[in-house]
Write a protein that binds this ligand. Sequence first.
Ligand code: PLP
Length: 469
Amino acid sequence: MDEATFAEWSLKAAEWGAAYRASLRDRPVRAQTEPGDIGAQIPASPPQTGESMEAIFADFEKIVLPGMTHWQHPRFFAYFPANSAPVSVVAEYLVTAMAAQCMLWQTSPAATELETKVLDWLRQAIGLPDGFSGVIQDSASSATLSAVLVMRERALNWNGNKAGLAAGPKLRIYASDQVHTSIDRAIWVSGIGEANLVRIPVSGENRGMNHEALETAIIADKVNGYLPAGVIACTGGTSVGACDDISDVVRIAHARGLYVHVDAAWAGSAMICEEFRHLWAGVEEADSVVLNPHKWLGAQFDCSAHFIRNPEDLVRTLAIHPEFLKTHGRDGIINYSEWTIPLGRRFRALKLWFLLRFHGLDGLKSMIRNHVAWAGKVAEQLSKDPNFEIVTKPMLSLFSFRHLGAADLDAHNLALVKAINDDGRIYLTQTRVDGRVAIRFQAGQFGMTEDDANFALRVITELAQEWNR
Ligand code: PLP
């Protein structure tokens, strides 16, 4: 592709992107295809000779687009959002064009130095003290895995990477059953083993770990010859937004030398608003915290901010220094690949920089406050309707509900979610609360308005009524 053609198609792609965003309200939110529909349209073998861009682009629109679920749709109320503010898309265009691999400072000093600065902006914005240093990970899953590896190495006196786990004592990690499955996977991958992830029962409206149970479990494990290594707390669990009492967790864990990682992948973005910070009070004493600006803040996926009180622990756990990666004569510089599991790194700080500058903290705060307020109003309206029950009250902009009036409420609500998503005007997902099906509603899409929230309420009540007939 020559430069003129590259420019032509880049412009087309940008124009297409803008028109696509403008058309979203007219599209079904969730892809309306059946398994295999898209794959069946793709030839089994690659072409022997090159094809025209016109043909490739036409197939993109004809084959690929119908198979997309539109995560930037303003009526996306499923899962958690993966927000991508238009300004962060622009930054990604630039990053894509430069296509730098930013593993070391010298492989793009601007990427490293901007990452340091922008993460420090974010640290200030969410109210973490200046003892924390930040790094951008590809996902919260990777940040949590890194934190679990640090827990492992600290507990094994920095010998686990060398000696392996077979000869050592059994490590223990503690978490509630409200944490995301990325925690389970970190325990598997780190070699600690699921049997050594101790589930602490939750209590209270926030479904936080019962701190007496946590303390008792750690003490009992020590007596029984296990090696307690760390606690993973959550602020805003995936199912219904559970929040552990971080102060209690840190107090109990630190008194016994355990490392504390806080997973605030979704809710962490809301901490730019001072009034929500009570949900993670005590976080300033944690050892490691992750939040995903690619979820709620508007930085295009992937952008996971990992803050650590002692980055030396992370580097000691993850860094290897072969000669070909050394940066001679540049002491004191940061090579962020030593802070993460993959060596290769995309330039992820640019989109965060563009986002924070274009919207300012005030703009982002009002977006989050609006989402919380609008979700609260939808929950309030549903709570007044005798055909619905609110299962869990709003935690920030997430609540869960159930439609009543059927003998088998689980099957009925699963069928209702399917009917809503097949209808396509909005998108919702389900969860289980205390073993029973509930429908989740979260408001968090970057471009949504209060009308979209009201629209969702109308669709839910309308389809539930039809379902009852
Ligand atoms: N933690 C929580 C609370 C989540 O809700 C999720 C995903 O939704 C994750 C972690 C995993 O995030 P990622 O996809 O960035 O690994």
